[in-house]
Design a protein around this ligand. Sequence first.
Ligand code: MLT
Length: 337
Amino acid sequence: MAFISRIKAATSIAATTLVMGMGAAQADNFKIAVGDGAGGTQEALGKAFITALEENTGGNHTGSLFLNGQLGAEQATVNDMAMGTLDFSILAINNITPFSPSVGTLTLPYVILSLEDAVKVTQGPIGEELIENTIRDAGVRIIGWAYSGFRVLTNSVRPVESVADLDGLVIRVPKNEIMIATYKSWGVNPTPMAWSETFTGLQQKVVDGQDNPYITVYAMKFDEVQKYITNLRYLFSIEPLVVSEELFQGLSADDQAAVLAAGKTATEFSAEFLKAEEETIKAELVSRGMEISDPADDEAEFIQLATDAVWPQFYDSIGGVEKLNEVLTALGRDPVQ
Ligand code: MLT
């Protein structure tokens, strides 16, 4: 595919530049925790990162992906990296928010409304500030971003098109206060559950439903335990590649540059991967028997309830309403008064 050739060309220019400047460093095979299964954006980002890292370091450094939460639940991997016992992790931004509340700006409902919005916010000055905050608050450094698409609602009970249709459904959410508050604004008291336990929770009907992007639903084989999909667009899923700051600071300057450049290459790949894969995966889920509904009235009721109730609750934790306004302004939208 053309986009893969472009990425390869960019990678080899970066590789030549970086390898020329490198001494004979200690070879490493970094452990990279991945929350999702094979076939998703997290794995795609991880593979692109490893390829670029190998090229950038002349094969001196590589990495191994441990899929499906083998190295622990996503939130636990943040602690492990902070303590220096895990090298890298690829996880949903909502699972970093509890450790670094300012990244909650990216999990407020209906703030990021497209892939273009997600790229603009993460790759500009706002993204830079969030990276610095996360190093300070959580001891981990975001070096790349996977873009996974909107989190759609799935459940095993009935089609959902309105807020009223949610009544009585038991919905799993990550342990993330903003997402919990969002469901509460829709009249649901959701069940916080670790990502690594979610498939079993759905299978055993401890919970009826959950939300995650199409590609994640596919990678986790949720079609085996879920029937109905609702095209909610409240949260565009952003899934960073994160390195232990302790590990990063222990690298030579050349290796740090190689890691950062590989993260950038993988990020560019991720946006193209989403564009290339999402529609095909959606069709595949339908062919496996899932039924897709759109929310009534263009989601107006969901949007109104969530933005009115949830945004103000989290101004303090994200650093003030001005932080939300910086994002809205960068995206060409009206600031909150
Ligand atoms: C979650 O729902 O906990 C995460 O979004 C899962 C993921 O990383 O894909």
